[in-house]
Design a protein around this ligand. Structure first.
Ligand code: PLP
Ligand code: TYF
Length: 410
């Protein structure tokens, strides 16, 4: 029956973990998947999460099905976290929201909803490069995926040529690729994956202006709120700016990284709408999108996240823990830069390691160099030269820097 099914390729990111697991060398390092590790290289369960779980256990909750759109208090608190407590559409009860199977599920629900109901276009523009799963998510949702230039290989930063010539990233989409008006444009809200390069606040304002001028529809993917700067408010700047500038937005949120709830699959999808009546209509259709996909979402992760978001003492501890994770990554950036540039005098410019933001660094290492690092130094990263900074720690960073330096010197 299945003789016509061709073998598919491994996932470009999760395949790296497979190769790492198969390696027997004790020096091996996995810098592939973007999952936080503590200073000992161990997975990290946040204290605020443990306390929330203790609290939940004591309250002895049932295991009934959630509604189709999930735990109502969770979506309320998640949208408050993203849009801000003083958000106009939030306080007007004009944000349609649903719990989702983490960020991936939010993107997929959003893609499916837009494919069905967005009246103006079926085209979504993604930054080039973007998270590898974006293309299949939106394609399988029924949208046509195109790319806009985002990253400049020459400066290892934002595509500044585009900024100089035009007025921003979105302008580049329009000018260079003739994006039809009203296309959907995907924006990484913060901590762009894989490049670690975010627009400045002033650049976000430019992008907002052009998105408005060209009537593009902004879809924010916020998978790392708090992870970029250490502050959940600061990292929500782009989303809040767009909303305050009058845009209607779509938003995907994930609690995988900022609460370390990876396998719990806690996330949310939301759309700002005109008013409470429109919100109710949109939510009724979100339910019709979701019901045949998975009926209703899992309980536990949403309960944990909601407990943290709704209890001030846990919220405060969580914010400090998010900042702790962000700060450890920043300290690894400083140290890696020093080792590469100063200790090992590695040829090339390495300043981007320090200036990039969030979980990843886009090192600029070539596919040949990443291959050599895996084969000769047992160091695993994605073929595009992206490293998960969280995989580095005081014990392995010297070995890593020395190995990179050797690979670059050839
Ligand atoms: N979007 C981006 C840019 C990501 O990097 C990730 C995870 O790495 C996600 C979305 C979704 O992840 P999850 O489904 O685990 O929340
Ligand atoms: O490292 C990354 O970019 C992500 C990590 O279900 C990831 O791909 C892994 C599993 C998953 C979602 C995201």
């Amino acid at each position: 029956t299945w003789s016509n099914v061709p073998a598919g390729p491994p996932d470009p990111i999760l395949g790296v973990t497979e190769a790492f697991k198969a390696d027997k060398d004790p020096r091996k390092i996995n810098l592939g998947v973007g999952a936080y590790r503590d200073g000992d290289g161990k997975p990290y369960v946040l204290n605020s999460v443990k306390k929330a779980e203790d609290f939940l256990r004591a309250s002895n909750p049932d295991k009934e099905y959630l509604p189709i759109t999930g735990l109502p208090e969770f979506t309320k608190n998640a949208t408050k976290l993203a849009y801000g407590a003083d958000s106009t559409p939030l306080n007007a009860n004009a944000i349609a929201a649903t719990q989702s199977i983490s960020g991936t599920g939010a993107l997929r629900i959003g893609g499916a909803f837009l494919a069905r109901f967005y009246p103006h276009s079926k085209v979504i523009y993604l930054p080039v490069p973007s998270w590898g799963n974006h293309t299949p998510i939106f394609r399988d949702s029924g949208l046509e995926v195109r790319g806009y230039r985002y990253f400049d290989k020459k400066t290892v930063g934002l595509d500044f040529e585009a900024f100089f010539r035009g007025r921003g990233i979105a302008y580049y989409i329009v000018v260079d690729q003739n994006a039809p008006e009203r296309s959907i444009v995907l924006l990484h809200a913060c901590a762009h994956n894989p490049t670690g390069v975010d627009p400045t606040p002033a650049q976000w304002k430019e992008i907002s202006n052009i998105v408005k001028e060209k009537k593009l529809f902004p879809f924010f993917d916020m998978a790392y709120q708090g992870f970029a700067s250490g502050s959940t408010d600061r990292d929500a700047l782009a989303v809040r700016l767009f909303v305050s500038e009058g845009h209607q937005v779509a938003l995907s949120q994930s609690f995988a990284k900022n609460m370390g709830l990876y396998g719990e699959r806690a996330g949310a999808f939301s759309l700002t709408t005109a008013d409470a009546e429109e919100k109710a209509r949109v939510e009724s259709q979100l339910k019709i999108v979701i019901r045949p996909m998975y009926s209703n979402p899992p309980l536990h992760g949403a309960r944990i996240a909601n407990t943290i978001l709704s209890r001030p003492e846990l919220y405060g501890e969580w914010e400090a823990e998010v900042k702790g994770m962000a700060d450890r990554i920043i300290s690894m950036r400083e140290r890696l830069y020093n080792e590469l540039a100063n200790t090992h005098k590695t040829p090339g410019e390495w300043g981007h390691i320090k200036s990039q933001i969030g979980m990843f660094s886009f090192t600029g290492l070539t596919a040949a160099q990443t291959k050599a690092l895996a084969e000769r130094a047992y160091i695993y990263m994605t073929a595009d030269g992206r490293i998960s900074m969280a995989g580095l720690n005081g014990k392995n960073i010297d070995y890593f820097a020395e190995s990179v330096s050797r690979a670059v010197k050839g």
